[in-house]
Write a protein that binds this ligand. Structure first.
Ligand code: SF4
Length: 956
């Protein structure tokens, strides 16, 4: 049992507050316990995020808690057994820590890169990132590279903020809501309730999506679009808006670099850079005086035209270049690409533009901008957008999301009422930092890294490459292959380590990610790589540590298994240093507080990290004078850790100061956890109204954010319509820039994709697929009732989904001579799977799709070996490759966005054909996974309440 864990009391009924973790939304919940056993879970009505709303997943947490798939003891692979066989001996935590301390200690004092830590959809990246940095390994990332890094990078490098945790649509005041490519689970309950209210208020909701499920099902208009073509639609919308003058000229002049002059001389090395004065200030052209002026010294700025500076330099305003860029992006052009009729593209653009410009309104909220101008009000633009993974998970996603960000910007909707609004700690400077290591010598034995393992490069010189321009990280993040890979490339770690490219590693620690199944591309081959050996008989990845709550497919491949607790059994922070639950009105963070003791010998991963960091004597975890342990445990660490000594800034923002009297910043408070517990496990700070809008340029807000450590400088965050940062990478690739240079094999690639203005290109995999042979796009999406693979063991949620189908338009069945419900083969150029089909009108005809992670390997998650999940359920990942065909530019390259490394999940092309008469089981099949020591017997939990006494009494 963990220190401070609650002790169950017989005969007592209690209600305890904590935070849900059945998906990543972090709703407040109330857990009712009787006799120390969970009886039901409700939404917490006093929680600002969900206000009492709970979804099917949240209320089914009870079945997760008592799941027979729980891991309960540390396990070591049996000597002589093979990875994948799931043959384990039970060991104690002392033994597990000894093994890790010795192995990691040896690596740390020789070559820290030999240790890699990659984590899934956890909510503790501030801690895991700190652990990696203190260890001294750059080989760290969480799941973002295979989730939605394009969304983050595309927006952060354009407007200084992004969606979900860091910003969102202001549906309170919007009249039109346009959603592109969004699954149900991103900002789930809050977004659902906001959309419901928006619709009740008479708002109009348009959904652009190849599939009409989830949010799209209640849209007033569903616009089916071919996957991976959103960039073309967005550029065509900008074409119409600019052509019709439906854009916010004043906003662009004041708050973006649209009016800043770009050097236009192909012969010069600074071609495409902004023209600046001797002080480095960007220059603009005053259209009235017809002379050059410094940015923001005149409002009569030309947004287009060609000009010549006094020294003969030809220049054009950035917006003029955007006008040129979108001139050929007509609705007719986009119709060919997207499958949306040109008249509909035009109609939608006009509706968006007219609502934003002609239905503008004002709120009487005074504020002062960064140039000292006082404003009596803020202007509202009642068009709100939301977008997520559907735009992001393509190898053209970054430029698509740049186009999306520019669309929001030219409409003048950034941090304005009715439009897009930021959430603290965003907006942040472009790029936001922090700095990352950028040379091989930055990795040294027994030494923390000199920068964070993940950050945001501002120029080619920030890349983490060697003198030959080759990657230093195992996932090749921040290299010329994927320079702006802000979240790393977890999807390539196993393949790269297996191949020894750029080098082999010794130990891979995977936390909460099912890399042998639904969290990996090319699943069948990756499972073989995990099992592949060197000539000397060692595995190619010599030591594999898996920390998880459940017996996932990945556990079978572990050498060492560390059993994590459930979310109801641990302390946790949803921190301002990570991804908090801030609202538009101000920052907010929250915590989990254990409502139950740990099951068996399970231990929170947070405790594991604090213990290891203390044993390995990481500087941040020991006292400098005598190297003694600094933090008793994780709760103690959370209270006392500060980002810099004496900074007063730590993981939790609420109830700081000696007696909890301070907010956001203050000395450690020994009673901080208790104060969170008394306050619904949540802290919320309301900004004065004058600081709630226009935050990129609201000096009051910028001063406040600087004071509390959210931004490193108080300067205005000017929107990058034109990205000088991207242009620097292009100039380097063209050999026009001093400093770091890409390897010759990558020059053409970098020069093409680092365009300073957004453009549409076909996804990289599609480009090299024979689309006549593979005519269909194939997509996966998460169902509303399950989050990744976490819920496949959940007895209640399995009643909703126990297997999945391949959904398709009925026309495909007619062409292929098969019927609704038939078994079919789905084949890509990488592999094939056998599954059942289901006809649906709610999908555009060129797309097939399925729910993700319902299909399971036989026996995994402690399901029966013949459970529907493994006999009828299937996994599309077998068809998706983690790498592009090796001939591309003569290099082996990740199947990812060339700018950010975002995994191209949604780029795969397939064909579908009828299965044979005896082919009526999912394929591929794998040897059934065994139950591991410490798991309870395989049985249904539907009799939970009836059999409760027995189950709990048995300790099962
Ligand atoms: S939306 Fe997510 S966090 Fe909220 S109740 Fe449902 S599962 Fe829990």
């Amino acid at each position: 049992m963990q220190p401070d864990s609650p002790i169950p009391i017989e005969g007592l009924t209690e209600v305890k507050n904590t935070t849900c973790y059945m998906c990543a939304c972090r709703c407040g919940i109330r857990v009712t316990l009787r006799d120390g056993v969970v009886r039901y879970i409700q939404g917490n009505p006093d929680h600002p995020l969900n206000k009492g709303v709970i979804c099917a997943k949240g209320s089914s947490g009870i079945m997760k808690q008592y799941s027979p798939a729980r891991l309960t003891q540390p396990l070591l692979r049996k000597p002589g057994s093979l990875r994948g066989d799931a043959e384990f001996d039970v060991i104690s935590w002392d033994e597990a820590f000894d093994i890790l301390e010795k192995r990691l200690g040896r690596i740390r004092e020789t070559d820290p890169k030999q240790f890699a830590l990659f984590t899934g959809r956890d909510q503790m990246q501030a801690l895991t990132g700190l652990f990696a940095r203190q260890f001294g390994t750059p080989n760290y990332a969480a799941h973002g590279g295979f989730c939605s890094v394009n969304m983050a990078a595309g927006m952060i490098y354009s407007i200084g903020g992004s969606f979900w945790e860091f910003g969102g649509p202001d549906l309170e005041r919007a009249k039109l809501f346009v959603m592109l490519g969004t699954a149900e689970d991103h900002h789930s309950n809050p977004l659902k309730t906001a959309i419901a209210k928006f619709k009740r208020q008479g708002g109009r909701f348009i959904s652009i999506n190849p599939i009409r499920t989830g949010y799209s099902a209640i849209a007033d208009e569903w616009v089916p679009i071919k996957p991976g073509t959103d960039g073309a639609l967005l550029l065509a919308w900008m074409h119409v808006l600019i052509e019709q003058g439906l854009y916010d000229k004043d906003f662009l002049i004041d708050y973006s670099n649209a009016g800043q002059l770009v050097i236009q001389d192909e012969q010069r090395d600074d071609h495409g850079m902004l023209a600046r004065d001797d002080n480095g200030e960007p220059l603009c052209w005053d259209a009235v005086t017809n002379e050059v002026v410094v940015f923001h010294t005149s409002h009569d700025i030309a947004l287009h035209g060609d000009y010549v500076l006094a020294d003969g330099t030809p220049v054009t305003p950035a917006f003029g270049l955007l006008m040129d860029q979108v001139q050929s992006c007509t609705p007719e052009w986009a119709a060919e690409i997207t499958g949306i009729a040109a008249q509909d593209i035009r109609r939608l653009a006009l509706e968006i533009g007219k609502t934003a410009i002609e239905q503008a309104f004002e709120l009487p909220v005074p504020w002062t901008d960064s140039w000292g101008r006082q404003h009596a009000s803020v202007i509202g633009r009642p068009v709100a957008f939301h977008a997520m993974r559907g735009l992001a998970a393509h190898s053209n996603g970054f430029q698509t999301i740049r186009a999306f960000s520019l669309l929001l910007s030219i409409l003048g909707t950034i941090d304005r009422p009715g439009g897009f609004r930021h959430k603290a700690p965003y907006p942040r400077p472009i790029p936001p930092g922090p700095s990352i290591p950028n040379k091989p010598e930055d990795v040294q034995p027994n030494t923390p890294l000199n920068g964070a393992p993940l950050g945001s490069p501002a120029s080619p010189d920030d890349l983490f490459v060697d003198a030959q321009g080759q990657p230093i990280r195992i996932d090749k993040a921040f290299s010329w292959e994927h320079p702006l890979s802000l979240h790393g490339l977890m999807h390539n770690v196993i393949t790269n380590a297996w191949r020894g490219d750029p080098y082999p590693i010794d130990t891979l620690l995977i936390f909460m990610s099912n890399m042998a199944w639904n969290s990996t591309m090319n699943t069948s081959q990756v499972r073989k790589m995990l099992n592949d050996k060197q000539d000397n008989g060692d595995y190619k990845i010599p030591f594999l540590v898996v920390c998880d709550t459940f017996q996932s497919e990945m556990v079978a491949f572990a050498d060492l298994v560390l059993p994590d607790t459930s979310y109801l059994e641990r302390h946790d922070t949803i921190s301002m240093l990570d991804r908090p639950i801030s609202e538009y009105e101000g920052p907010a963070d929250s915590v989990r507080i254990p409502v139950l003791p740990p099951t068996g010998e399970s231990k929170p991963f947070q405790e594991v990290l604090v213990e290891l960091a203390s044993r390995l004597k990481f500087p941040a975890f020991v006292n400098a004078d005598d190297q003694s342990r600094k933090f008793k445990d994780y709760p103690d660490f959370i209270i006392n850790y500060e980002t810099a000594p004496g900074s007063g800034i730590g993981f939790l923002a609420g109830w700081r100061g000696k007696n909890g009297e301070k907010s956001l910043k203050g000395e450690p408070n020994p009673k901080q956890w208790e104060m969170y517990e008394k306050n619904n496990c949540v802290f919320q700070y309301h900004l004065p109204e004058s600081l709630q809008y226009m935050r990129n340029w609201n000096q009051g807000y910028l001063d406040w954010a600087y004071e509390y450590g959210m931004i490193a400088k108080r300067a205005p965050i000017v929107i990058h319509i034109y990205s000088e940062i991207l242009q620097q990478f292009r100039l380097a690739a063209q050999g026009k820039r001093a400093g770091k240079q890409p390897p010759d094999a990558l020059r053409q690639r970098v020069a093409k994709y680092f365009a300073p203005l957004p453009f549409y290109y076909m996804p990289l995999e599609t480009e090299r697929t024979d689309c006549d042979s593979y005519p269909l796009n194939a997509l996966t999406q998460r169902p509303m009732a399950m989050y990744h693979s976490w819920d496949s063991q959940n007895a209640w949620l399995r009643q909703i989904h126990a297997h999945n189908y391949l959904y398709m338009n009925p026309a495909l069945g007619q062409q292929g001579h098969f019927k609704d419900g038939d078994w079919v083969w789905v084949q890509s150029m990488h592999g094939k799977v056998c599954c059942m089909c289901r006809f649906s009108e709610a999908v555009e005809p060129g797309t097939v799709w399925t729910w993700n992670a319902i299909g399971k390997a036989s026996g995994a998650w402690n399901l029966e070996t013949d459970a529907n999940e493994s006999r009828k359920g299937f996994l599309l990942n077998h068809l998706i490759s983690e790498e592009l065909p090796p001939t591309f530019y003569g290099e082996i390259l990740s199947n990812s966005d060339p700018v950010t490394g975002q995994a191209g999940w949604f780029d795969v092309r397939v064909r579908v054909y009828k299965a044979g008469p005896n082919e009526n089981i999912t394929w591929p099949q794998f040897n059934p996974m065994k139950v591991v020591p410490g798991q309870s017997e395989r049985k249904t939990l539907l009799s939970y309440f009836a059999g409760l006494k027995k189950m709990i009494g048995d300790g099962k």
